[in-house]
Structure formats: C-alpha cells, structure tokens
Design a protein around this ligand. Sequence first.
Ligand code: HEC
Length: 234
Amino acid sequence: MKKRRFQSQPSTPSPSPAGPKTQAEPPRGNPPSRSQVTSGGDTEPIARRAAVPAILFGLLAACLFWADVHIMGHGGELDARVHYPFNSTNELGQMHITIPEDPRMTMGRELYPRACASCHQTDGSGGVSQNCPPLAGSDWVNTKDPNRLIHLVLKGATGPIVVNGKTWSGGTMTPFEESFGNAEIAAILSYVRNSWGNKAPMVDEAEVAKVRTAIKDKRGVYNSDELLQMPVKP
Ligand code: HEC
C-alpha cells in the first residue's frame, strides 16, 4: 500500500545521481500508518494518542465529592421517612409534632373515673359482683349512632340487659341528667366510645341537648326493651 503512492508517478525525474528510480524516498518524519493512506493516496487527519490532562481527574473527583456532600446534606441520611426541608430523624424529633387531642377526650378521661368507674371499673371491664356489664368491647357502646347511649346515661337503666350475648340482671344504673350538662355527657360518652379498644364516632354536645329536650318528661329509669326500640345505626 505504502509503495503504491509512489509507484503511480514513475515518470517523475529523480534528483538522485543514481539515476531514475522506480521508488521515491520515504517522506521524512514518522512514516504514515496503514490507516492513514487511502487507496486514492490522500492522507486523513492524524489522531495521536495523548495523555488525559490530570486536571480532568481532579475535576471529576471534586464533582463526586460535591455530589456526596449534597446527597448527605439533603437526603435525610437516605432515610425514606425524612423529606425536605428536614435532614435527619433527629431534626424531625425535635419538632415535637403531635396531633392535639380532642378536648372531649381530655374532659371524658377526667370525668369517667368519678362518674362511672365505681361500677364499670377504670378499664371498662365491669363487674359481676355489682351486676355491672362491661363497656370495653360492648355492642351497646360501639354503635355508629350514640342515640340509645345518650338516653341510657341521661335517665339510667335497670336489668335484665344483654351485652355481647350475655345477660346481666339485678343491677340498676343511676341517671346522670341532674349531675352533668350536655357537654360533660358528650365528653364522657366520647371517651368511653374511644377507650379500651372501643372505636366509635365522638359524641356532640348538640346531640345530647336534643335527646335531653325530647325526654324531659320521662319519669323513672329505662329498661333494656325500651332502649332497644330506639333506632341506632349499627
Ligand atoms: C351504680 C353503678 C353504675 C354506674 C355509676 C354507672 N353504670 Fe352504667 N350500668 C350499670 C348497670 C347495672 C347497667 C346494666 C343496666 C341494666 O341492667 O339495664 C349499666 C349499663 C350501662 C351501659 C349499657 C350496657 C353496656 O355494658 O354497654 C352503658 C353504655 C353504661 N352503663 C354506661 C355508663 C356510663 C357512661 C356511666 C358513667 C356516666 C355509667 N354507666 C355509670 C351500672 C352503673
């Protein structure tokens, strides 16, 4: 290949005293490599091997370092619970984020031990010795609608009564219409309906007020048959 370039010009006079030559002198400097010579004889641009400037490695290292610092600074130590603008779980903990308790729960927690725990116990478990049914897990307590419960607490009740399939008789629950206002009864019932594993909607003061007005002329305590006739959503 290399030779063809010169062989294509055989008539070129040679300056050499040795007479005409069929082969020209090789060009000075580095001889062209095979890839540099085309069949047409043109040379292509030469790309020589060269050392990568050290500064590029320095820049790359600096970029990696900066990226690491950035991730550690903004990624909450890569904890999925931590998001911008917080940097760590410690920082979140220091915020003391708490959901404020409904004031009815606070009031109910304070009133329940005084008003109801002597019979139903502090943990709502009731007591056989007083013929007193449990409030914890009770199907009377965990109704969506508090209507029946409000009637019961305002006027009291006497047995027998079936709670969670078990019959309780011989006990009487005292009425509370004289002892507490509407807000207090709403608070006690809200607390009972959301303690010891119970889960039912909170009770509004207005609901108690409505029932109190409706039954103001009722004399004596209820029995469970009367209470069961009152509609409640399950
Ligand atoms: C003197 C004891 C006594 C007190 C105090 C008392 N109860 Fe009762 N409670 C009873 C008895 C006894 C029954 C069962 C009534 C029946 O047999 O009809 C009952 C039944 C209940 C029931 C329906 C049955 C059940 O177990 O779910 C609820 C709800 C209830 N009481 C809530 C309360 C609340 C709230 C208070 C406080 C405001 C309270 N009671 C205070 C004795 C008491």
